[in-house]
Write a protein of this length. Structure first.
Length: 730
């Protein structure tokens, strides 16, 4: 059973986990100091306009100004109506210092500010309201098939005000008109409160804040598949219960309070699975592993077979490891919320069918994901590209800090390499004019290496340049951080240069200010002008599902019962088999027979069918020959037209001869019916035959003999045996 587990015992961190049994498949961690700003609505002020970027920068209250492109600006904020047909200039339609209502579309990432938009969207339980975007609206992309048409019909029945748009979410499938209208009225009330707060507050200000992680998880994830919701904090339990009582009262019974002494996540054994979401590599069940690396441009995922020995050979092992990795990659993307471009390096596979199987496995694994995912094909280098929509900041961005030693690179310079680099820099500073001394403060291991291994080089620098070189080992510095200071001749009398040479510098002085700026004071959460309140009217009960109807058994009519009583049930089989006999009788015509797969059983059926047709054909020819024999004996004149008619009558005779040979088991006459028809056409036209056959066809005596045999109804298989052997050789 699927459950939603909410751990709110720690004020500094709120965790929401989605589990299937004891397997974690979705995770959301939110902290008050790193609250999500996406979907928040702010009243901002335009601070700078950049025509080169076709964008404006907006101060909405954050440390970095937000980025607002021209295409995301509604026309209601234009100070001047643009001319029709002319290119839109952002400086003409906007001005600096202008207040503007914006919504955060993308969170801040690294050195990039948040992406903003003026097209507001308010997400509800079943629909999304866009109050200033009338052209937007429709049905969620995840809804396909006939359900889209049903939802479009329900969308037409909604009383949407003019100038607004509406999108029906996936949770709105199968909902009644009353439920959709209730959700629309609730969102309309929020929009009216936002408009009032914009008029009463100066810029910049937070106007509306999207619901917290608990309400957001219940609103977005709760479905019929979720069996229960467990919360281990009483205050959080009360808030969730109040929201569900108004928004979804029919699911209120799923909400339960967890008060056991064992921690909630420990009870369901998901703490170790959460820790794997922070790890650099993840171990697969077969012994392989996947390694996830974040770069500035993309996320690279490498798959290693490691100790995997699941397959019978190297190809089977590679396929099994890649299939396991495809499932785990889809799961890790949801746990870590990996967004943007992802490049996966699968283990090399030979057959293309194995590559297609891995691609299909990955597509099936990402199908339950709420984010939009686009998957490419495995290239000839074994790489697969995919993109995933970023729903929220990734787990690494929200919970990780940049390493103070490597600054996020992942590796540092070695002691020997760094010591030699410092030695070269000291020599470069000593060669400058009017240099009195050079002071280098180094990590302990680097200073020890120079004083012990490069003492002669340091003495050589001092004697050649007539300067004093001072190396100080500083325990506060760690590799690769150091400090080199040059003192000129006229600066030796300064107070900072007359003291002891071991005045140490701190580690913070040698590092970038932004990488070491740690907040010691607790961050005060922002208070929105419009407080998130529950709907005034509870949600209507859901539409009951129609009960499955039992199949209705039709009773036979009166005539049918009388017929069965008189004739019996045995005649039904003969009536149903009549169309089969008609289809068999048409095989002698020009209609093509449907092709059947070759096999020993089919050959036996064709032989038996040919034998039956041969008997029926012989009986028909015997009856016809009695009527034709009298006229043929009286007419002694055998003209060319008579020969042609007799040759035409001899065609079915030869076909029957081949069928009789097939019934006797002769391998010479097992050709298909289409081949026999082509041979008869060639014999009539006189072409496509061997020299002996052309001579026989041209001889009048031969045509006379064939006519006589056709009249008497006696088949002759000898003349046709040699051509059958020749066809078999061809």
């Amino acid at each position: 059973m699927k459950r939603m587990l909410i751990n709110a015992t720690q004020e500094e961190e709120l965790r929401v986990a989605m589990v299937d049994g004891q397997k974690l498949y979705d995770l959301d961690i939110e902290s008050p100091s790193r609250a999500q700003k996406k979907a928040n609505i702010y009243l901002g002020k335009i601070t700078r306009i950049e025509p080169s970027l076709d964008a404006a920068f907006v101060n909405y209250g954050a440390e970095r100004h937000g980025f607002l492109p021209l295409k995301e600006i509604s026309k209601e904020y234009f100070v001047k109506e643009p001319q029709a047909g002319s290119r839109l200039n952002i400086r003409e339609v906007l001005k600096e210092g202008q207040p503007i209502v914006v919504q955060v579309e993308k969170e801040e990432r690294g050195n990039k500010g948040a992406a903003l938009t003026t097209f507001i969207s308010l997400a509800g339980r079943f629909i999304v309201l866009m109050p200033n975007n009338p052209r937007a609206g429709g049905v969620s992309r995840r809804i396909t098939g006939e359900e889209r048409d049903e939802i479009r019909d329900a969308l037409r029945k909604l009383s949407i005000p003019d100038g607004m748009g509406c999108i029906v979410r996936t949770a709105g499938m199968g909902r009644s008109d009353e439920e959709l209208n209730w959700d629309l009225d609730y969102l309309m009330g929020i929009w009216e409160a936002i408009q009032g707060a914009v008029r009463d507050n100066p810029a910049p200000a937070l106007i509306f804040q999207d619901s917290n992680a608990i309400i957001r998880a219940i609103r977005d994830h709760l479905s019929s598949e979720i069996g229960e919701i467990l919360i281990d904090d009483q205050g959080t339990f009360d808030d969730a219960g109040e929201f569900m009582a108004h928004a979804m009262p029919h699911n209120r019974n799923k909400l339960k309070f967890y008060d056991d002494s064992t921690p909630l996540f420990t009870r369901y054994q998901i703490e170790s699975q959460i820790e794997s979401a922070f790890a650099h590599s993840v171990i697969l069940p077969s012994g392989g592993s996947i390694v996830i690396d974040h770069t500035e441009a993309l996320v690279s995922i490498d798959i290693n077979s490691a100790r995997a020995t699941k397959g019978s050979d190297i190809e089977a092992t590679a396929l099994a490891t890649n299939l396991e990795a495809a499932d785990e990659i889809a799961r890790q993307c949801r746990l870590r919320d990996l967004g943007g471009l992802l490049v996966i390096d699968f283990i090399d596979m030979g057959p293309s069918k194995n590559q297609r199987e891995v691609e299909n496995r990955l597509r099936d694994a990402v199908r339950p994901d709420r984010a939009r995912v686009q998957i490419g094909r495995i290239s000839r280098f074994g790489l697969l590209e995919m993109s995933r929509q970023r729903l929220r900041p990734s787990l690494g961005e929200s919970a990780h800090q940049v390493c103070p030693r490597c600054n996020g690179i992942g590796n540092i310079r070695g002691v020997e390499s760094l010591a030699l680099s410092v030695l070269r820099l000291v020599g470069e500073e000593a060669r400058k004019d009017q240099t009195a001394k050079v002071i280098a403060q180094l990590p302990i291991d680097v200073a020890t290496y120079l004083l012990n291994e490069k003492r002669d080089w340091i003495r050589h620098i001092e004697e050649r340049n007539r300067v004093q070189v001072i190396l100080v080992s500083n325990p506060d510095l760690e590799t690769p951080n150091y400090s080199i200071r040059r003192v000129r001749d006229d600066q030796t009398v300064l107070p900072e240069n007359t003291g002891a040479s071991y005045n140490l510098v701190s580690n913070e002085d040698s590092l970038d200010e932004t990488s070491l700026r740690l907040s010691t004071e607790p961050v005060k959460p922002e208070v929105p002008a419009v407080q998130m309140t529950g709907p005034k009217i509870p949600a209507p009960p859901p539409k009951p599902k129609p009960e499955p109807q039992e199949p209705v058994v039709r009773k036979p009519g009166l005539l049918r019962r009388i017929w069965v009583a008189l004739v019996g049930e045995g005649t039904e089989e003969t009536v149903e088999k009549r169309p089969e006999k008609q289809s068999k009788s048409r095989r002698g015509s020009g209609d093509r027979r449907p092709q059947q797969p070759r096999g020993r059983g089919n050959r036996r059926r064709r032989d038996s069918q040919g034998q039956g047709q041969a008997r029926s054909g012989a009986q028909n020819r015997d009856r016809q020959s009695k009527g034709r024999s009298g006229t043929e004996q009286k007419s002694g004149d055998r003209s060319k037209s008579g020969n042609k008619q007799q040759q035409g009558k001899a065609g079915p005779d030869k076909a029957n001869q081949e069928q009789k040979q097939a019934a006797d088991g002769s391998p010479q006459a097992k050709g298909s019916s289409s081949r026999s028809r082509r041979s008869r056409r060639r014999r009539r036209s006189g072409g496509g035959q061997s020299g002996d056959q052309n001579k026989q066809a041209a001889t009048p005596n031969q045509s006379q003999r064939s006519g006589e045999k056709a009249a008497t109804g006696k088949p002759d298989a000898k003349p046709d045996a040699k051509p059958a052997e020749a066809r078999a050789r061809q």
